[in-house]
Design a protein around this ligand. Structure first.
Ligand code: ADP
Ligand code: ZN
Ligand code: ZN
Length: 842
């Protein structure tokens, strides 16, 4: 038998695949999708077979050394999906494949071989069939069971040991386990309490004992005959640990530390509540069920206000999918993958559900991946990487909160958007996609209008809660008023005008509302979504903010160079000395963070208990949940924080939501700023007033007539998107164009600029049909991070000229090749990051 050929992708930043020879003895095993061991340069690497070409014109090809998989790691569908990702996001194929596998699996040499049959005579295969190589492996294992493959290799000196071992595993002689590195996380422990024998006796007599207080008797009764977590008891009886300790000293209680199992997060399953679906839910479900039955690709956009029962629709869609003998993936944003979410699905589908979570250890993630691949799980729920779950026979993908930026991988290759990958995957599997949201992305809404997605609506909340009343406060007016008051005061007191006026971030109306709510002990949520790095220069009197003429994003002030700059096109201008709109000289840098607001609030309301939630207070694992729990239990009066507070749980006691400054988001130099503002404010407004109590929302802003606020006030989702899409169309922003962000990073600013400029020039010269626009190079909004300069080149590919983006992508790949083979590219002094469809432009 002659050698055959295999094209192999390697997990390196290289854009081509490599052709290798497959020796006859490995040909049966070397299937596309299998991981193989190959000599590469002076090293050995594990790569993935992505194709089996008939012939090659190349000479001097090397042999693959071994086949690592018994069953392919990638089905042919998954290979195709990864190929698409590699092409669309201009990411090396091998790196895409690596990202699609659970971490740890791609590591070679971590597999442990154990004897399955100690006496081969009793095995189904008679030992005569065993080769010398196999016998020597068995001998080595009999001396010491459980060895790694390199260990066995060293002892037996066998060639193709992986393939040999795979063959032996197939014959039932050995077991090969993937040993994934053990988690380094500490085992979580919890203190539990139960009654001692003496305590139980006391309880059984059921007579009040005069030595115990009523409260102590109550505690004993609350614990009863069970063993309960101390935490739970304290909560249930509303006592302190000191009183438990006293009972312990009396010999009535005993304490113990037990291990807290991860899975226990999802235990204590109650049966799902009996729900009668409303007419809108039923109509949506019927539509989806019909398509699931038809077994053809179709995408739905489920537009439903918060609390309209979207999750129930997902659940019924999954039920139908399973009934058709197929499997389902549920994607949720990282932040909403809480135990509650998982419990809800587990209550319906029990053991069919596997969870993939970035907080899981590698071992746990690998278990979920394997359960999906082997058909032991039929539903995978997880954040963006769960879109790669190797479920066979996929029938449905649900993407909840489809507009969430966290679906986009932004920090490593491939920079994919899981929502878009879900669509592509579903299309090739003839599966159904349900994108759900109360505030979809402009892109998805546009697709629904164009008929690419079928629009399904849930216009009402299931609890019939009234929508909150929303007031917009013009902070420029507010300040003028405060200023007048101060001026009058100065006149009354016979002093001159103060040079600087203190600026308050709480308006009069908000202050009154806060006072009222604090008195009535109703819950309050305050949002201040300030991101640390962007400073806009604004007019204190009229709220004017300087914007770029050609990009229509706000200009950012740069401290070091003391100028205003558009980071899209690089346009630079000196900061004005008087306001171009109202001639006022009161131009200020604007930036108020959550900490400052917290300080101000505690001065205004010294007795109020404030819980702050932002990146700084939630970087410890679990602290996010704890803050929400404390607020839910009313141990705090005010929950103040960044966008995290908009996505918390339901708090029925909240009747007031305040937005300190809607402008922090609106003024970000990003074309999605209005969309994000609309989404965030709609979301946070939805936190006010549930069920019986009507809520109130107060939004403070310097741009009271901004269109995104107008539509928030009128609760007009469709109206907003109409206006937003018109604006996007006019300025050729997505969905009417496709944006690619090229980021160049390096230690020396001039180098970085030269690389960026060279690349931009290559692109320009390749842009013969003028179907895309090259902007830049310009400094990034944060021009330097950890001593590395950052420059951006932005491509705007016009959909009307290049509908599928093919011309732009071709130019991009060519420019990349030109650059990589140029002296500049080879110098590797500057790092290039390609981000297709970026979610952030900072
Ligand atoms: P969404 O995902 O749209 O925010 P959920 O599906 O989470 O909404 O529903 C909100 C709450 O209402 C859940 O507790 C759910 O069990 C409940 N619910 C959903 N549909 C109904 C219904 N038809 N009748 C009563 N309760 C419902
Ligand atoms: Zn002004
Ligand atoms: Zn510009």
């Amino acid at each position: 038998m002659p050698d055959s050929l295999a094209d192999i992708a390697v997990p390196l930043p290289l854009y081509n695949t490599f052709t290798y020879l497959v020796p006859p003895e490995l040909q049966a095993l070397a299937k596309p999708g299998c991981r193989v061991l190959i000599p590469f340069g002076k090293k050995h690497l594990s790569g993935v077979i992505v194709a089996s070409p008939e012939r090659s014109t190349l000479v001097g090809l090397k042999y693959i050394k071994d086949v690592l998989d018994l069953t392919p790691s990638f089905s042919s569908e998954m290979l195709e999906l990864c190929r698409w990702i590699s092409e669309y996001y201009v990411a090396p194929f091998g790196e895409v494949l690596k990202a699609a596998l659970p971490q740890g699996l791609s590591l070679e040499g971590k597999r442990i071989v154990r004897l399955k049959v100690h006496d081969p005579l009793s095995s189904p295969t008679s030992p005569v069939d065993l080769s010398r190589k196999q016998l020597s492996i068995l001998d080595a294992l009999r001396v010491k069971d459980g060895q790694t493959i390199p260990q066995l290799q060293a002892k037996t000196r066998a060639r193709n040991i992986h393939a040999t071992l795979n063959e032996m595993a197939r014959q039932g002689l050995v077991d090969i386990e993937d040993r994934i590195p053990q988690p380094k996380v500490k085992v979580k422990r919890e203190r539990v309490v139960q009654l001692s024998a003496q305590g139980l006796d006391l309880l059984a007599m059921k007579t009040p004992v005069d030595k115990l207080t009523a409260k102590q008797t109550f505690i004993l009764n609350a614990i009863g005959k069970s063993r309960r977590p101390v935490r739970e008891i304290l909560q249930a009886v509303g006592t302190t640990s000191a009183s438990l300790k006293t009972l312990g000293l009396k010999g009535l209680l005993s304490f113990e530390e037990v291990e807290l199992k991860r899975e226990s997060l999802y235990e204590n399953l109650e049966p799902p509540p009996q729900i009668v679906l409303n007419a809108h839910q039923q109509a949506a479900i019927q539509e989806i069920e019909k398509t699931v039955e038809a077994g053809a690709y179709k995408a739905f956009l489920l537009l439903g206000v918060t609390g309209s029962g979207k999750t129930e629709v997902y659940i019924e869609a999954i039920r139908k999918t399973l009934a058709e003998g197929k499997t389902a993936i549920v994607l949720v944003p990282e932040i909403s993958l809480t135990p509650q979410t998982v419990r809800r699905f587990k209550a319906h589908f029990g053991g069919d559900v596997a969870v993939m979570h970035s907080h899981m250890s590698m071992g746990e993630r690998y278990d979920s991946w394997r359960a999906a691949r082997d058909g032991n799980a039929k539903i995978v729920i997880g954040p963006r990487s769960a879109v790669f779950a190797p479920l066979p026979n996929l029938g449905l993908i649900v993407v909840d909160e489809e507009q969430e930026a966290s679906y986009k991988q932004f920090d490593s290759v491939p920079r994919y958007n899981a929502r878009d990958v879900a669509i592509v995957r579903a299309r090739s599997h003839q599966a159904v996609v349900v994108l759900g949201s109360a505030t979809p992305s402009a892109e998805s809404y546009h697709n629904a209008l164009e008929g690419k997605y079928r629009l399904l609506e849930l216009p009402e909340r299931v609890d019939n809660a009234r929508l909150p009343r929303i007031d917009i406060i013009d902070m420029a007016q507010e300040r003028k008023r405060a200023l007048d008051v101060m001026k009058q005061q100065a006149v009354v007191e016979g002093k001159g005008f103060p040079k600087r006026f203190p600026r308050s971030s709480v308006s009069q109306l908000l202050k009154e509302a806060l006072t009222q709510r604090l008195e009535k002990k109703e819950g309050i949520i305050l949002l201040q979504n300030r991101r640390g790095f962007s400073h806009v220069m604004e007019c204190y009197d009229c709220g004017f903010v300087e914007r770029c003429d050609s990009c229509d994003v706000s200009l950012t002030y740069h401290q070091t160079k003391k100028h205003l700059r558009c980071h899209y096109c690089g346009f630079v201008k000196p900061p004005p000395t008087v306001c171009p709109q109202c001639r006022s000289a009161e131009l200020r840098l604007h930036s108020f963070g959550t900490q400052q607001v917290e300080q101000e609030l505690s001065e205004l309301f010294p007795t109020a208990r404030i819980e702050r939630m932002d990146l700084d207070t939630t970087n410890r694992k679990g602290s996010h949940d704890k803050i929400l729990q404390r607020f839910g239990k009313r141990e705090a009066d005010i929950l103040l924080g960044t966008q995290m507070v908009a996505k918390g749980l339901d708090f029925p006691h909240v009747t007031l939501v305040g937005v300190i400054s809607a402008d922090t988001q609106m003024m970000l130099p990003d074309f999605r700023a209005s969309e994000r503002t609309f989404q965030l404010l709609t979301q946070v407004a939805g936190r006010a007033g549930r069920r019986s109590q009507a809520g109130e929302v107060i939004v403070q802003t310097l741009q009271p007539s901004h269109y995104s606020l107008k539509h928030v006030v009128s609760h007009d989702v469709k109206g907003f998107y109409e206006e937003e899409l018109a604006y996007r169309k006019e300025l050729d922003y997505p969905p009417f164009s496709r944006i690619v962000l090229l980021e160049f990073q390096g230690e020396h600013e001039q180098d970085v600029h030269r690389h960026a400029k060279t690349f931009a020039d290559y692109l320009d010269s390749l842009n013969r049909e003028k179907c895309f626009i090259v902007l830049g190079p310009a400094d990034a909004v944060i021009p330097r991070i950890r001593n590395r300069f950052r420059k951006h080149v932005i491509l705007k590919d016009l959909r009307r000229l290049d509908p599928a983006g093919a011309s732009m992508r071709l130019a991009l790949v060519k420019a990349r090749q030109q650059y990589d083979s140029s002296p500049l590219g080879k110098s590797r002094k500057v790092r290039l990051i390609v981000d297709v469809d970026p979610q952030g432009m900072m």
